[in-house]
Design a protein around this ligand. Structure first.
Ligand code: UN1
Length: 507
């Protein structure tokens, strides 16, 4: 396990940093066990309140200095971070795979997303554009500009232990903000590895201490962040339950938040689809990352004319899935994150059966050689009704629900008929159907794809969803605007003071 040492991870380490300096603290120790083989990889001392406060104080001291660096100069730091990530891609990808359990290819893909967002942010550092307007008053000029917000809190989830942090940080930094990251307590070592990579670049460039902070911890640490009036923006990824509590706490103090919460993503499979292509999209969408992406395909809405044949092909494809050590590239599916996740998977299967679901591929916990960690499960398929409580709920496991439709209106109503609104797609070669799905009367999700599965969004687009998914947008397009405050400026260069709206006020 050379990659662990290469990334600077030891058996036990501090979990609090202000950039290049690690801070001692007396918070609870978080042990990280790999779901791949059950071994203890390392331990991290989480932040106590005093260490947390020191970090935020440092961040607030760094902000006035960092915000006055020219944005392209901040972009140059992000460019170097991207270069450092390129050098560490293999090791970091392996750690992601080993600590989180996703396949090595997906671990490397996650680091690639980090590199890509750095490239995006470097360009963005020269494109933080505001609009100009025409004033209604003579010899007046009106325009808007974007200023940094201050400290950005980033709370990320175990399933993308490093990429989601980078979408937020790369943008936040070029915008002139400082960041405070709380990684998931299920993947603390990914956070440590990233902090080491950043520290090298920041030290070489004399970036002020406090620009890139790390506070390891669990729920309580997240609560400190959400209630802290010093933190202007909190960007959080996780369950809808967590997001509702966090969003309310941040809103109560008039802070800003970006919420990227649960998904319950469907693919509509039309009778006009290319079924060979659709099969790959559906299976990868459902079993990739062992069903633990917020973009995972959880529901397949299939036209009645192709329902039975497609179901058969799916069942056959599921029998060919290789489930096992994700670091072995021959395997398609790795373990769930931990035994709690396995319990949730089993409970969902039991509820599905109880609520009338009929299994086409049975789920079970895998046992025997290679499965000793107890976290490997069989991806399963159930025929179900959209109204069933379990189908309305996001279970972070590879359970796929099948349902049939007759008309496209019905299919779209089923696709939209859940509380969540992250990702969606249609498989069809029929242009009218595709356009209907993309119209105002179509998908109600933040992401709507044609002839692509629900997962695997590129960083260039704005990422996020509607309804209980929380409404936030991260990563590409103009998502950067959420990391800045807009200011409207009106400048009078005349020798009079005309008032707007035609009001006269003479003394
Ligand atoms: C997530 O699961 O929280 O679109 C993020 C995708 C990835 C990101 C998923 N690019 O599947």
């Amino acid at each position: 396990m050379d990659f662990i040492r290469q990334l600077g991870i030891r058996e036990s380490q501090h979990g609090v940093s202000t950039g290049t300096q690690w801070l001692g603290s007396k918070g609870p120790v978080i042990e990280s066990y790999s779901p791949v083989d059950g071994s203890l990889i390392g331990a991290v001392v989480s932040a106590d309140k005093a260490a947390y406060d020191t970090v935020v104080t440092r961040a607030m001291e760094a902000f006035p200095v960092w915000r006055m660096w020219p944005a392209p100069k901040r972009g140059e730091i992000v460019r170097q971070v991207g270069e450092a990530l390129r050098r560490k891609k293999e090791d970091l990808g392996r750690l992601v795979s080993y600590e989180m359990g996703k396949s090595l290819q997906e671990g490397l893909g996650e680091v690639q997303e980090m590199i890509d967002i750095c490239d995006f942010a470097v360009g963005l550092s020269r494109q933080l554009y505001g609009l100009t307007m025409h004033s209604e008053r003579p010899a007046h000029r009106m325009y808007e500009q974007w200023h940094p917000l201050g400290a950005v809190g980033i709370i990320s989830a175990f399933n993308f232990p490093v990429a989601v942090w980078s979408w937020n940080s790369a943008l936040a930094w070029v915008c002139g903000n400082v960041t405070i990251w709380k990684p998931s307590e299920k993947t603390p070592l990914c956070g440590i590895a990233v902090q080491h990579i950043i520290a090298e670049v920041f030290a070489a460039n004399q970036v002020p201490e406090g620009v890139c902070c790390l506070v390891q911890g669990a729920r309580e640490t997240g609560e400190w962040i959400s209630h802290d009036t010093r933190i202007a923006l909190v960007s959080a990824t996780g369950s809808t339950r967590m997001g509702k509590a966090l969003g309310a706490a941040v809103a109560a103090r008039m802070g800003k938040s970006i919420l990227e919460l649960g998904g319950n993503n469907a693919i509509i499979l039309s009778q006009h689809a290319d079924l060979d292509m659709a099969l790959i999209g559906c299976v990868f969408g459902a079993v990739g990352t062992a069903g633990q992406r917020c973009t995972t395909t959880r529901r397949l809405v299939i036209h009645e004319a192709v329902y039975e044949t497609f179901k058969e092909r799916l069942v056959k494809a599921y029998t060919q899935l290789r489930i096992g050590n994700p670091l072995d590239t021959a395997n398609h599916v790795g373990p769930l994150i931990d035994k709690d996740a396995v319990q949730n998977y089993l409970a969902a299967i039991a509820q599905c059966r109880q609520q009338g679901g009929r299994f086409a591929v049975e789920g079970k916990v895998l046992e025997g050689k290679g499965y000793e960690s107890g976290c490997y499960v069989q991806p399963c398929i159930a025929e179900a009704d959209n109204e069933m409580a379990i189908v309305q709920h996001e279970t972070f496991a590879p359970i796929l629900y099948l349902m049939r439709y007759t008309t496209m209106e019905e299919a779209i109503a089923l696709q939209n008929g859940v509380p969540q609104g992250l990702s969606s797609s249609i498989m069809t070669l029929n242009m009218r159907e595709a356009e209907q799905f993309l119209s105002h009367a179509g998908s109600d999700c933040g992401i709507a794809n044609v002839n692509i599965g629900t997962s695997g969004a590129e960083i260039g687009g704005a990422f996020g969803g509607e309804k209980e998914t929380g409404g936030g947008r991260e990563s590409g397009s103009d998502a950067w605007k959420a990391y800045m405050r807009r200011q409207t400026n009106t400048i009078n260069w005349s020798d009079r003071l005309p008032l707007a709206q035609g009001i006269s006020f003479d003394l």
